[in-house]
Design a protein around this ligand. Structure first.
Ligand code: SF4
Length: 449
């Protein structure tokens, strides 16, 4: 186990500062009204005939809402509501297909939420089959889904395997019952183990586990036990996210006792413990919060300098166009970012009226794309060749970098900006130096560490 070193006052202030997560640049804070016509022109002109496509399908429903959740989701048990939503997804994919020029088929298909499996194994199988008919799915494509271990049975995993799913991510957070009680998600560790075994038996070979640190009452010991559990199960990838307490945006988080949330020092210690356990177990540390086994495609992508970052976090997805389907989903095209109507009823009505249901987004220009590339390389590789920064932008960026350089988080060597080992947890702060829109303290983001 690594020896924990108490961070300096300057580092503590940086850890507590609020900065974007940089799953896109410009970030969602810059989104404004987006007209459907503009989105249609991005679709028509943003994809070449041989280009692979990436699709993200959002299912904004769960059986119950966990207190810590920051996703766009609603609790429901209404089959009629779910069925209406699945019909709207089917209708939206037809509209999208009609708006697209020739392309090379889907290389990445990701179902997130919410709890996508709430649509049922058969419902998901029908959706994938329809996407396959309309868009084509390339051989070797990754078809991935986020799963709730509490809602998994043989029928579901068999249907997923039959539909062609190749990867599943299970939400675990922490295996200790006392922590689970404090976040409103009782989930015996045995359920997770059984879920992983079921997936493997069904032939879904790639299993990811998602853990969290910074939860109420959580200590480094809890994080150590949960990461050991994930490593012992042999998860291909383990993500260890810091809990973001954003109760002003997600009022259900008020059910969490904020007085027992770990402070900045404890959060850093917990993140370090997770890294130490997973690296000792043979995992490669990738980006800010991901770990993967040496043979996993994400490790291979990172070693080849091909690790990417999009709205799902770190990814191997390198398709030039990501299309979002479903309420609130976000797509990324060369022309900019487009977000669908988040309200489920308005989303269904828009699709029913034959409209692509985009409502928000941002047009990107050449400077945005240059800054986005710098931010993505820093978030993925912790280094950047400063020759990639146009000379006209360099003075402003070097000026902003001065304080993180002074704190020892970055160094410049042979024309490259290098995030130092002690600066890796603060890479969002370094990335913010390349963000032309970010003003410290003006937008509500989560804490940096
Ligand atoms: S199951 Fe996942 S998406 Fe649903 S409320 Fe819990 S954390 Fe959020």
């Amino acid at each position: 186990m690594t020896q924990h070193v108490t961070p300096s006052r300057a580092l503590l202030a940086l850890a507590e500062a609020k900065v974007p997560r940089y799953t896109s640049y410009p970030t969602a804070a810059q989104f404004g009204v987006l007209e459907e016509g503009l989105y249609r022109s991005w679709l028509a002109n943003g994809v070449a005939p041989a280009d692979p496509l990436s699709l993200y399908v959002h299912v904004p429903f769960c059986r119950d809402v966990c207190w810590y959740c920051a996703c766009h989701t609603r609790p429901t048990r209404s089959e009629a509501r779910l069925s209406a939503y699945a019909d709207a997804l089917m209708a939206e994919m037809v509209l999208l297909h009609a708006a697209m020029p020739a392309h090379g088929g889907i290389s990445h298909l990701h179902f997130g939420g919410g709890t996508p499996s709430i649509l049922g194994g058969e419902g998901l199988r029908r959706i994938v089959a329809r996407l396959r008919d309309l868009f084509g799915i390339r051989s070797g494509a990754e078809i991935a889904i986020e799963l709730d271990p509490r809602l998994m049975d043989e029928r579901l995993t068999d249907a997923l395997a039959e539909a062609g799913f190749s990867r599943a991510s299970l939400g675990v957070q922490d295996i200790a019952p006392d922590i689970q009680a404090r976040i409103g998600r009782p989930q015996p560790a045995e359920l997770v183990r059984a879920g992983v075994e079921r997936l493997r038996r069904a032939g879904i070979a790639h299993v990811n586990l998602d853990l969290m640190y910074g939860l109420p009452g959580q200590t480094a010991r809890h994080v150590e036990a949960s990461t050991r559990f994930a490593a012992a199960l042999g998860a291909d990838r383990v993500a260890v996210f810091g809990y973001a307490h954003v109760a002003w945006m997600k009022p259900h988080q008020n059910a969490i006792d904020a007085s027992i949330l770990p402070g900045a020092i404890e959060r850093m210690e917990q993140a370090e413990v997770a890294e130490s356990v997973l690296c000792s177990a043979g995992y490669a540390a990738l980006g800010l919060d991901h770990f993967a086994l040496p043979g996993d495609s994400m490790t291979r992508a990172a070693m080849a300098g091909r690790l990417r970052r999009n709205f799902q976090g770190y990814t191997t997805d390198d398709a030039p166009a990501l299309l979002g389907l479903g309420a609130s989903s976000i797509g990324a095209l060369p022309g900019g970012f487009a977000q669908n109507e988040p309200d489920e009823r308005r989303y269904i009505a828009a699709v029913g009226a034959g409209r692509l249901p985009v409502v928000r987004g941002v047009v990107t220009n050449e400077e945005d794309r240059l800054r986005a590339r710098c931010i993505e390389r820093l978030m993925c590789e912790f280094r950047l060749d400063l020759r990639e920064v146009p000379p006209s932008m360099l003075p402003e960026i070097m000026h902003k970098l001065e304080s993180v350089r002074h704190d020892g988080l970055v160094a410049i060597d042979s024309g490259s900006l290098l995030v130092q080992p002690q600066g890796r947890r603060f890479v969002r702060q370094v990335a913010a130096c390349f963000d032309a829109y970010f003003r410290s303290g003006t937008a509500r983001h989560s804490v940096a560490v």
